[in-house]
Design a protein. Structure first.
Length: 307
């Protein structure tokens, strides 16, 4: 009995490490594929009146700041954020799948229903929310720095273009550790229900795309990419207004509550402002989340073979 328990425990640790590594690599792939359109998304969310649309924002950013400092602004913290988020998320997702397996008395994780997988994603997202809030705050501030400085200059304030390290020191100096968790509530509200639909959409699509004689792991590269794209589109379509509020709170260092800011934006700017930047987000999420899941699934397969 003791030997059996030790063997099961070792297997859980191995699975956790594999999910962590696979999620990390998936996060890196996601950033390099999707960062330019993520930058456009944050700019349009935070300063919706400055741009006439996605193409205008893309062109202005490219002309003003170029590729590295413009479209790929905030890449370093984005890498830290996405590697942190996806490594923790997928590791906890695997653990939460095991929890759902026990709760539902399912023989194998592969046999979990779409609802059970979605519930595992919902639970796992709590842990990833805690992990990503500080790095995502820094990323958003860097992505919207040009617009923020432009506004401050118009008000006669002194402005300075800073990098990730200096920005982190500045936040810590003026706000301390709590400053890095500004926007945590909207992050949590976005992540938990969002990842319920994210993993539900992904696993449900894989189930629909598999042939009767196949498992979901055998559907192949392209169907896995389609399932990943569907998961990402469902996530952002449902959670986007919350993400708009989160970006504004973090970029503008606001102390407004989630509910109050939602109502203020809808009342003063119209409901459409809560969806400003949705087009580049959906355009980004299809290749980005497709790449994320393909990297995750195939890395996991490889590690299970070699370890």
């Amino acid at each position: 009995m003791a030997h059996s328990s030790a063997t099961a425990g070792a297997a859980h640790v191995k699975d956790g490490i594999i999910d962590f590594v696979a999620g990390s690599l998936g996060g890196v792939a996601l950033v390099y594929v999707g960062q330019p359109l993520d930058t456009i998304k944050v700019k349009m969310q935070t300063f919706p009146t400055l741009y006439t649309g996605m193409v205008n924002c893309f062109r202005e950013t490219l002309v003003t700041d170029g590729i590295a400092r413009g479209l790929y602004a905030g890449t370093a913290p984005a890498l830290v954020s996405n590697v942190t988020e996806n490594s923790v998320l997928f590791m906890c997702y695997g653990l939460c799948q095991k929890f759902m397996q026990n709760v539902t008395h399912t023989k194998r994780i592969e046999d979990l229903s779409t609802l059970s997988n979605a519930s595992a994603g919902f639970l796992a997202a709590f842990f990833s929310s805690v992990a990503i809030c500080p790095t995502e705050l820094v990323k958003c501030k860097l992505q919207a720095m040009y617009e923020r400085n432009k506004q401050d200059l118009a008000l006669g304030k002194k402005v300075e273009r800073v990098g990730p390290a200096k920005l982190v020191r500045r936040i810590f100096k003026h706000e301390g550790v709590p400053g890095f968790f500004r926007g945590f509530v909207p992050t949590l509200v976005r992540e938990m229900p969002g990842y319920f639909f994210f993993f539900g959409g992904y696993e449900g699509t894989r189930e629909l795309l598999r042939r009767p004689n196949q498992t979901k792991d055998e559907i192949g590269l392209w169907k896995t990419m389609v399932a990943g794209g569907v998961g990402g589109m469902v996530f952002w379509t449902i959670t986007y207004p919350i993400d708009v509020v989160k970006s504004r709170i973090q970029v503008n260092s606001s102390n407004e509550s989630l509910g109050l800011m939602l109502m203020q934006i809808a009342r003063k700017e119209g409901v459409g402002a809560l969806y400003s930047g949705l087009s580049p987000t959906l355009l980004r999420t299809i290749p980005a989340t497709a790449t994320l899941f393909v990297t995750y699934e195939y890395t996991k397969k490889f590690l299970h073979i070699v370890l």
